[in-house]
Design a protein around this ligand. Structure first.
Ligand code: URA
Length: 195
């Protein structure tokens, strides 16, 4: 079977990439049950690229990234940081919903990453925001702790990277929890770096 790695790198536009990714059936367990391949939101001229983990139920239903509970919180914190959702590109490392919202497997992450790598090239943002462990591991290429990597911009493929908490962690720890405060602080750093 043709792999995303072969096809993704040849996509010369985001439209082409979206079309190709929608045909992908490399992960049988994910392709069997999906409603949509959630490739992402790519407004023209976006300078910030937000990367999550994988679609959930609402995203699978609608085909849009971050439209469930995590997405609503993401919208709020982006807006409050001065980064309206309409101005940023948004996707996830894995484009199909894992059954029962389990964490994507290593194999799924490796298989799906070429789409994201090529999205990064085509969007050409100044700053990538990696939400949570899976996105952080895609960016850093190794395991690390979000708590140790967050709070500062770091160099990343001739761009800048902000590792921060996934909104689902912020929801889990509640409105007074450390992850929400950290997420807000980190997005404020991102917004300031764009000015
Ligand atoms: N969580 C993610 O990481 N991505 C989505 O699109 C939705 C929830």
């Amino acid at each position: 079977m043709t792999q995303p790695a072969d096809i993704a790198a040849q996509c010369q536009s985001l439209d082409e990439l979206v079309h190709s990714a929608q045909q992908c059936r490399v992960c049988p367990a994910l392709a069997a049950d999906r409603g949509h391949v959630v490739v992402g939101q790519h407004p023209p001229g976006a300078r910030v690229f937000v990367v999550g983990e994988a679609p959930g139920a609402q995203e699978d239903l609608t085909g849009e990234p971050f439209v469930g509970r995590s997405g609503q919180l993401l919208d709020t914190v982006l807006h409050d940081a001065g980064l309206p959702r309409s101005s940023v590109a948004i996707t996830s490392v894995v484009k199909c919903r894992p059954p029962a919202n389990r964490t994507p497997t290593r194999a799924e992450i490796v298989s799906c990453s070429p789409w994201l790598d090529q999205q990064l090239q085509l969007i050409d943002p100044q700053i990538v925001v990696a939400l949570g462990t899976v996105a952080m591991q895609w960016a850093l290429g190794r395991q690390a702790r979000v708590g140790e990597q967050r709070g500062r911009l770091q160099p990343f493929r001739d761009r800048q990277l902000m590792v921060t908490y996934h909104p689902s962690a912020a929801l889990r720890f509640g409105p007074n929890g450390a992850p929400l405060a950290a997420l807000r602080d980190d997005l404020a750093i991102v917004a300031a770096a764009l000015r």
